[in-house]
Design a protein around this ligand. Structure first.
Ligand code: FAD
Length: 390
């Protein structure tokens, strides 16, 4: 097969780029290792920046998001038995976020790809990029016993943290920056009314907790747990009891509990690979960087990469202008690092670190006290949370 842009990975990054390019008449093929059901079974992000929402509209995929997604003008931080509101709308001069699950985003993107006849090849095994430094890179993959080949102008690595794209870059051509946190998030999805119409980020001496939601009938809750914990040790009852302990009494009293429909433990990690280009391979999204979920930057950082790449590829094919492609890595990384800083800061502010000293705990408490005593500090938090400009 031959195409202009070969995309590895059919998660939100790969599908969004595929759809945007298709609408501009740029040929592309997506190779996805998993089945569609598997991809749609993953429960992940839920808070979308307005910039992400705008990109979904440009991709003609926003009809359901605009109908069913919830606009959130603020969120709460709970500490010391109280909760204080961060007024995103007021602090940013009218900005907000959209609460709409990543699963739904992905479902809408698949539907849009199908409608336009986009090519997304599932169950593509052993996807391998070749000749990335040449002007004629190509991809090979297996389906059953058959080995197939796709020739393309560019390869885009949208295959997440564990994908093959980043690993195809020689070690001496890439630098990795990483911080692994000494805890994870235990997440529970349940068909219950959320305890609060807006998210509550709670810091407590027993550890962090987050009351999130996907809709007004679907709740998503998280608690900080040691990395050594096993999911089997957390029955629903034990989870709800621990969550309640970490919330202010007034919130805990309102919590509606029920059966979990998904439960998993995710480790927390900050990671960036530089540069995000090697020859004619471009990395985007989790393939190049991941953040701890505190602050909801992961999917949103992926979307800004896609925005830059999309415009760079359109300029290349439409105007023979390669400045966007040449500047992609630098431009994308500048924003990625701001998302990294913000996620690291929110994680540090709100979690209990097992090895923190009394001095560090005092600083943490002072950081929080400063935040709620300064409109400027709150405005900085809000500006980052709704998403910095592309
Ligand atoms: C528990 C949790 C909560 C989160 N909450 C938030 C949040 O609230 N807000 C936020 O912005 N972000 C959040 N994130 C992060 C967000 O989910 C990711 O940033 C997002 O999924 C990145 O999209 P992606 O398309 O780049 O990568 P992925 O979603 O990882 O997609 C990569 C795709 O590539 C495929 N693939 C992998 N290897 C290969 C291969 N060799 N060949 C072919 N295909 C391959 C995978 O199957 C996958 O479908 C959260 C993440 C987790 C785990």
């Amino acid at each position: 097969m031959k195409t202009q842009v070969g995309i590895i990975g059919g998660g939100p990054s790969g599908l969004l780029l595929s759809q945007l390019l298709h609408l501009q008449g740029i040929d592309n093929i997506v190779l996805e290792r998993q089945s569609r059901d598997y991809v749609l079974g993953r429960i992940r992000a839920g808070v979308l920046e307005h910039g992400f929402a705008a990109l979904m509209r440009e991709a003609q995929c926003a009809e359901r998001m605009d109908r069913e997604g919830e606009i959130h003008d603020g969120f709460y931080i709970a500490h010391d038995g109280i909760k204080e509101r961060v007024d995103l709308n007021g602090l940013t001069g009218g900005n907000s976020v959209v609460v709409y699950g990543q699963t739904e985003v992905t479902r809408d993107l698949y539907a849009a790809r199908d409608k336009l006849g986009g090519i997304v090849i599932h169950n593509a095994e052993d996807v391998t990029p070749h000749d990335l430094e040449s002007a004629q890179p190509y991809l090979t993959y297996r389906q059953g016993d058959e080995l197939l080949r796709i020739d393309c102008d560019y390869v885009i690595g949208c295959d997440g943290f564990h994908g093959v794209s980043r690993k195809s870059i020689p070690n001496d051509k890439i630098t990795e920056f990483e911080r692994v946190y000494p805890f994870g998030w235990l997440g529970v999805l349940s068909r219950t009314k959320p305890v609060s119409p807006e998210l509550i980020y709670a810091t407590h001496e027993r550890g962090f907790a987050l009351c999130s939601l996907r809709s007004q009938v679907l709740s998503r809750y998280y608690i900080q747990v040691p990395l050594t914990d096993r999911i089997e040790a957390w029955s629903d009852e034990v989870f709800w009891a621990e969550l309640k302990r970490r919330l202010p009494d007034s919130v805990a009293a309102e919590l509606v509990t029920g059966d979990s429909i998904e439960k998993s433990i995710a480790p927390l990690r900050s990671f960036v690979a530089e540069p995000m280009r090697y020859g004619n391979l471009f990395l985007a999204g989790d393939a190049a960087h991941i953040v701890p979920p505190t602050g909801a930057r992961g999917l949103n950082s992926a979307a800004s990469d896609i925005y830059y790449l999309y415009h760079a590829l359109v300029d290349h094919y439409r105007k023979r202008d390669d400045s966007g492609l040449d500047g992609y890595s630098q431009k994308a990384l500048a924003r990625v690092w701001k998302g990294q800083r913000f996620s690291w800061w929110m994680t540090t502010l709100l979690h209990r670190f097992p090895d923190s000293s009394a001095f560090e705990r005092r600083l943490q408490a002072t950081d929080l006290a400063y935040l709620f005593s300064s409109q400027k500090a709150l405005a900085s938090l809000a500006e980052n949370y709704v998403g910095l400009p592309y």
